[in-house]
Design a protein around this ligand. Sequence first.
Ligand code: FDA
Length: 300
Amino acid sequence: MSLLDKLVVLTLPIVPKPIVRYFSRNYIAGSSLNEAISVVRELNAKGIMATMDLLGEEVTKKEQAAAAADEYKEILKAIDLHKLNANISVKPTHMGLNLDKEFCFKNICGIIEVAKKYNNFVRIDMEDRHTTANTIELFLRLKEEFEGHVGLVIQAYLRRTADDVRKLISHKANLRLCKGIYVEPREDAYKDMAIINESYKYNLEQLLKNKCYVGIATHDEKLVWHGIKTVEDLGLKKDEYEFQMLLGVDEQLRDIIVNAGHRLRVYVPYGKDWYAYSTRRLKENPKMAGYVIKKIFHLS
Ligand code: FDA
């Protein structure tokens, strides 16, 4: 990481919001549902599926969680109305997980009922390690009620993941596998990228061999290569897995995957609560933040 990139990350908390917004415009579809719909339309026209995310996490009041759930229902209606090829991704803490588990369960049930009505699907995102056990428990309860309409995310960097995957295989869960984005301590998470990648490959193989549907979510070309090799070795059909990428990240790799005939879904976040998401993305990829800063201030 260059000195400038490090500086960008360190000073991020004091960077004025309009500048963060400028950085993040490629990663976020906009602040309104209409803007997100246009982005999904463009992706669909290129043969790419979407998963729509209403930005927000860690609400402090139940009313906020209920309002977010209502907006998710509107998203599902809009997907149906505009005949979009998209599902939705929901964060448990946005639905009130850390306020009241039972309330969160009911809140998400309300969303999945609507998804079921439109024959759609809800992916439960995975957040930091404090939420992992509760999120898995929540997912298994939801799956029992809404089989075929709900899936979960699992993170390769967590040491517990191989055990979780074994358990989830026994439930034939539909999973998105990602490396994991939160900063976690070494007791709980691998810190060495080579180990994280091995864990990713191991868990992906276990899931696919055991006929679980997997969203192979990564922009790491080595892992994409391994994913393609694994699905080919196992002789899987194109509708037994999909690749997934974040909006605005490595569109060239995205096209390569699509042109090779694999299904690909892009995560499309939108909403007024873009700040937390943007700062996380920029901290994750300071190189990009540094690059944009250089452009703005004509440093290169
Ligand atoms: P890696 O971090 O090694 O990146 C590979 C290359 O991709 C980098 O060299 C860089 O060039 C590029 N790249 C990666 N991220 C980038 C970015 N943000 N901006 C620009 N370039 C970037 N995590 C989580 O904890 N819970 C979740 O629910 C989800 N959900 C989710 C959905 C989808 C569809 C995706 C693709 C990812 C997630 N993630 C997530 C995030 C995930 O855990 C991980 O942090 C990122 O995908 C980055 O990891 P990669 O596998 O891409 O590898």
